[in-house]
Design a protein around this ligand. Sequence first.
Ligand SMILES: [Zn+2]
Ligand SMILES: [Zn+2]
Length: 116
Amino acid sequence: MSSSPQIQIGVRCRRCSKFRHPREFVGGPYGYCLRCLEKHMAAMKMLEGGVPYACQECGITPMEVCERSGCDDIRMEMHYRDGLYQFLCKPCGDEYARKRLDIYEKTPFALRRGIG
Ligand SMILES: [Zn+2]
Ligand SMILES: [Zn+2]
């Protein structure tokens, strides 16, 4: 009995770093995988005011932020994350910035938030 090795045919998306089937890419292997394209398009639509803002990580809307923690600060942020523009709520934005101190460390943004 020999177990055949798992062969993974895939191209690593340069944006989300996930392996995807080559057919799942738009614009060739250096373009977007379909998931990333979806996220990108959603961010662009939000920018145009086409769809209501919602955090692209946890899905919270400014309305819900308001209900949960008061309406003092319901800003959503645009982060350039995984090679894509994405709207994130503040906690998700902070979490991302903390993981990416290589780019955020010592920036006014990070210092203001006390994350590096
Ligand atoms: Zn991707
Ligand atoms: Zn969020």
